[in-house]
Ligand binder design. Structure first.
Ligand code: SF4
Length: 792
């Protein structure tokens, strides 16, 4: 049954029920079509990290002069981080690439060419490789692509016939613990706004990660509850991060021991029988000992935790006193609802699969899954599957193995193949790329195999970059087809809220592009036009904007959710959808599109609790303390069967160097202003990068006062930080916010390219990292490197 908002309001006004609400209707900005106005406020989306915050840009006499938060956007609710505000300096950046360019590879002598020439060169190269029957040798490295742009790039590769669309350092990876224990292959949502107790085990969710502004807004909501209990945040980790500083308690623990701490807390919960018995009985397996089909008895979670993780044993591992561990267990079970959060999978706070499992076990133990204020599995977007008719060349190409094909044989839980691709390709395994496309990614700066990426790009016949800046990776391209900045182009951003509901933000141009740049989506569509009839059928001669409108049209036709609105509108949508009625208040797509332009996007603000088949997709359709899939994967690999291999447990970080020669643990972190930064050649951000420690415009190293005294290092000394891999220099900052015998280095400086406010400033800590890899996941173990420091 369809009912429009007008029908609803008509009826409600007749009874007088809505009169007070209508009087409070907010002022909604005009759509950005007011040609005669001096001033407009245009909604869009910040794409400087994957967070997807809603922005508004104040435009005065057609110039963008300020960026601020869109209060209607459900992710950022009117807030922005410093990077979002400083985005204006990306738009007006003097070091942007202004037109298409080519160079003799590696020469650094770039020459301007026209768009016609550039598109012709790229189209001919692509057509040439295809006509040789080698479409599979096209490789695309993609970083921060989201929404339609991501689907378009993926589709381009598919229609061309390449299985090689590769995420390099994907920023929103799923969490292996959620995958193994719940069978879910996407990231979870942490509903901290409704939590009464949040326990972060080295999870810097307010500093960096997928969406720091959204987390900050949820945290603020949790803290400022009126007439209800104010939520509590406890943080355990080796460094006083922003998240730790905002917590009620910071509990310093030895690096890499969070898994042991989680299991110590579990021990106390079990001992005092504080666990959620009903949830354990109804929705979990592997808690108690169990018998397999051969009759063999296996230890369950409870047995292992009781046996190995008493608070005293865990105190020895972590350095946390036993009474604090016991107290954490009591609080976690007393303050409900609660949630336990580990590190973001894309951060430098590496946590092994078993550590992540140990942390997530706590959520199950106290029943913190799929209830308000706990761990949620985001509802999916409406999906619009599309059939494409591929030609024989594409079919042949797609039948070839991908360049990451058998990585999972060695690293069965690998989510991110970026550590292996260059070495494999250089060795011709399974073949060498002939053309590489680079989309918003910079592995020559932010991957520990930067040298190998350099070599791969240098040796590949033809490399195309779509970057807006001459960053470290673009230096190795043959041709650059510069994209508009995010404030000059159309796009969309698919995200979900901490409440687990889908959000689709609209990115719209807030100014006319300044330079001779082009939307990468339009460029791909135009190149597609040059690649033959089969391509033209799938890539019609239309603009990216038109494709984007088609996507929003499908969302409109799905009759789900609504455009962003004020709280009462979201409540109205929820009320109608829950009653099984169509919630839309727009009678046509044009009407809907105008609302999206004015308000900034669409969302579906309802989360349905208790859909267990959606929340648990394991074979057992339950939460598995002993994931069956992990057991199967490890056995198929021939891994020695141990009782522990399927269970959460603690394993110390591997170390590749001597504790005597290198007595300090290295902790790398990303300051909020450099979060997921690929193009932040922005002076405002350099200026505030280390403001909390009186630093900036150079690399600093944080040293505990006790350690500094022992090493006779003073605040402000220039020091060398040396590992077996190499050395970098930094300014010593003597700081209580780092544990004794641990030193912290910020990531985000030490750029060798990219622009005047980044190039040559500071050092890159990745240059001294051990190349330690987790065998199960293939991920870099960021926090196992040992170093020494001394005065220059
Ligand atoms: S958190 Fe990310 S998306 Fe949000 S304002 Fe900051 S940089 Fe932009």
């Amino acid at each position: 049954m369809a009912i429009t908002r007008r029908d609803f309001i008509k009826g409600a006004v007749a009874t007088g029920a809505l009169a007070p609400t209508l009087l409070n209707l907010p002022f909604v900005d005009a759509a950005p079509t007011n040609e005669w106005a001096f001033e407009n406020h245009i909604p869009s989306v910040c794409t400087l990290c994957p967070g997807g915050c809603g922005i508004k840009v104040r435009q005065f006499k057609k110039k963008a002069i300020r960026i601020y938060g869109n209060s209607m956007h459900p992710i950022s609710l009117g807030g922005l981080c410093p990077r979002g505000v400083a985005g204006i300096q990306t738009l007006y950046n003097p070091d942007r690439i202004r037109y298409p360019m080519t160079q003799k590879k590696g020469s650094g002598k770039w020459e301007k060419i026209s768009w016609d020439e550039a598109i012709k060169i790229v189209s001919e190269k692509l057509a040439g490789v295809r006509s040789k029957g080698e479409p599979h040798t096209l490789v695309a490295f993609a970083g921060q692509l989201n929404g339609l742009m991501r689907s378009l790039a993926e589709k381009f590769l598919r229609v061309y016939g390449s299985p090689n669309f590769i995420d390099v350092n994907p920023t929103t990876k799923p969490d292996n613990a959620i995958y193994l224990m719940q069978g879910i292959e996407s990231a979870p949502a942490y509903d901290i706004a409704k939590s009464s107790y949040v326990l972060s085990l080295n999870g810097d969710f307010l500093d960096n990660g997928a969406s720091p502004v959204h987390m900050m807004k949820s945290y603020a909501e949790m803290r400022s509850r009126i007439n209800k209990q104010r939520g509590k945040l406890v943080y355990a980790g080796p460094r006083l991060s922003i998240t730790a500083a905002k917590a009620d308690e910071w509990i310093p623990i030895k690096p890499g021991t969070e898994g042991a701490l989680a299991l110590g807390i579990a021990h106390s919960i079990l001992k005092e029988r504080l666990y959620a018995e009903n949830f354990i009985n109804s929705h979990t397996t592997g808690f108690a000992d169990w018998v397999d089909e051969t009759g063999k008895t296996h230890d369950g979670f409870r047995t292992v935790v009781f046996r190995d993780y008493s608070p005293i044993a865990v105190s020895d591992i972590t350095g946390v006193p036993p009474e604090i561990i016991i107290n954490m267990a009591r609080e976690l079970t007393r303050l409900k609802p609660a949630v336990v959060i580990g590190s973001d999978v894309s951060s430098f706070n590496y946590q092994s699969v078993y550590t992540r499992m140990a942390i997530h076990s706590l959520n199950a133990l106290v029943g913190n899954i799929d209830t308000a204020g706990s761990v949620l599995i985001p509802r999916p977007f409406p999906s619009f599957p599309e059939e494409v008719e591929l030609d024989q060349t594409a079919k042949n190409g797609l039948a070839m193995p991908s360049i990451k094909e058998d990585i999972k044989k060695k690293h069965p839980l690998c989510l991110d193949a970026s550590n292996f691709i260059p070495q494999r390709c250089l060795g011709g395994i399974p073949y060498k790329p002939s053309i590489i496309l680079l989309f918003e990614t910079n592995p020559v700066y932010d991957n520990i195999y930067a040298g190998e990426y350099k070599q791969l790009l240098s040796e590949t016949d033809f490399v195309v970059s779509f970057s807006s800046f001459l960053d470290e990776t673009t230096q190795y391209a043959d041709i650059v087809l510069p994209n508009h900045t995010y404030l000059e182009r159309w796009g969309d951003s698919q995200n979900f809220t901490n409440g687990g509901v889908p959000v689709l933000g609209l990115q719209q141009p807030v100014v006319t592009p300044f330079y001779d740049t082009r939307h990468t989506g339009d460029v791909l569509l135009e190149i597609g036009q040059n690649l033959g009839e089969s391509f033209r059928k799938i890539f019609p001669d239309i603009s990216f904007k038109k494709l984007l409108m088609d996507k929003f049209k499908k969302v409109f036709e799905s009759s789900k959710g609504n455009v962003f609105g004020v709280k009462y509108e979201a409540a109205w949508t929820q009320l109608l959808e829950r009653s099984g009625w169509k919630a839309y208040s727009h009678t046509s797509f044009d009407d809907f599109w105008q609302s999206v332009l004015q308000r900034g996007g669409w969302w579906d603000p309802i989360y349905y609790y208790g859909e267990w088949n959606r929340v648990f997709k394991t074979d057992s359709r339950k939460f598995e303390f002993t994931p069956l899939i992990l057991g199967r994967t490890l056995s198929s690999q021939g891994t020695k069967d141990t009782e522990l291999q399927n269970l959460p447990h603690f394993e110390p970080l591997p170390s590749q160097s001597s504790e005597v020669e290198y007595p300090l643990m290295l902790n790398i972190y990303t300051p909020l202003v450099f979060n997921q930064a690929i193009d932040s050649n922005v002076p405002w951000l350099q200026d505030i990068s280390g403001s909390y420690i009186n630093s900036g415009w150079n690399t600093w190293v944080e040293v505990n006062p006790e350690t500094a005294e022992r090493l006779k290092i003073h605040n402000g000394d220039r020091v060398v930080v040396e590992s077996p891999k190499g050395k970098i220099s930094a300014t010593a900052k003597v700081f209580n916010g780092v544990m004794p015998n641990v030193v912290s280095l910020p990531f985000g400086m030490g750029r060798r390219a990219n622009g005047r406010w980044q190039r040559g400033i500071g050092d890159n800590p990745l240059e001294i990292l051990d190349k330690a890899i987790d065998q199960l996941t293939g991920e870099t173990i960021w926090n196992s490197t040992r170093v020494k420091i001394y005065k220059i």
